[in-house]
Ligand binder design. Sequence first.
Ligand code: ATP
Length: 309
Amino acid sequence: MTVLEVRNLQKSFGQIKAVQDISFSVNAGEVFTIIGPNGAGKTTTLEMIEGLVSPDNGEIHFGDLDWNKHAVSIKKKIGVQPQSSAMFDLLTPEENLNLFASFYDHARPAKEILEIVNLTEHRNNHVKKLSGGQRQRLAIGLALISDPEIIFLDEPTTGLDPQARRNIWDIILHLKELGKTTILTTHYMEEAEKLSDRVCIVDQGNVITLDSPSSLIEKLTDEREIRLSFLDGEEAAKDADNFLKDAESVSKTEREGATLKIWAARPEETLLDLFKFTKEKSYQVEQVSIRELSLEDVFIAFTGKEWRD
Ligand code: ATP
């Protein structure tokens, strides 16, 4: 079931076309992630969907509801993670949650939210004493207070250490178990790959591609990178490199000292040939690995830009 449909969204700020033409739909219960380089238009897109910025053109539908006619109903359906600055530093997490709860007719009890975002232990500490990760968890909690169906998280893990990031991943996965729909932006590819049912890559205000992480990777190529290091040193690697010159499934090789990198369309076949060769020549292989393609490779292939965390 589609819970959100966005059609041909456009937004300019003066001469800057922040969003040129963005369309997608989001299914109930999925984690839908928008990724893209800096300035690609992710936040502007999210803010238009959240009703904070009005589009120049295009349509946003939450089922039968749209912002022009049904703003009150949409606000009940969605939860937006507030900026850290929206929290009250001199109040505790529980007090912040109760305060936000007072804005709604039907709010979820603060106790339940504290459990979901794993802050029960810290419920009575002042917010200013919380770590960056705990503050972000509270921000997610504040987005959940009205018990929304759709939750918007704009870069919830930026600047956090790996453990704090993982704690947030656990919360997002738990929300999925609860049947919530999450719309996420992130700068971390690993995060997008681990959490998302579908990933939408945007660049220069346009959707470049959209699919599940595994389908995006499959679409890219069947090719894999094999690495082989020889105990016998550089000469063995050179010899193996020459041996592969005629191999049909090998598109490229690179050598660094005693290590040979091989790009092969049928890596199993190439490895079998290589092992036969090394046995015949009595070369000793120190290490073999096959690097699987990741979402980062998809990003680079589609945008032509290097990824940076
Ligand atoms: P980042 O990953 O850096 O957060 P983003 O993909 O979220 O980037 P946006 O913040 O949506 O990108 O910005 C898209 C473009 O629109 C950028 O060039 C940005 O400078 C510009 N922009 C965004 N908001 C405004 C504004 N209020 N006034 C002027 N320009 C803006």
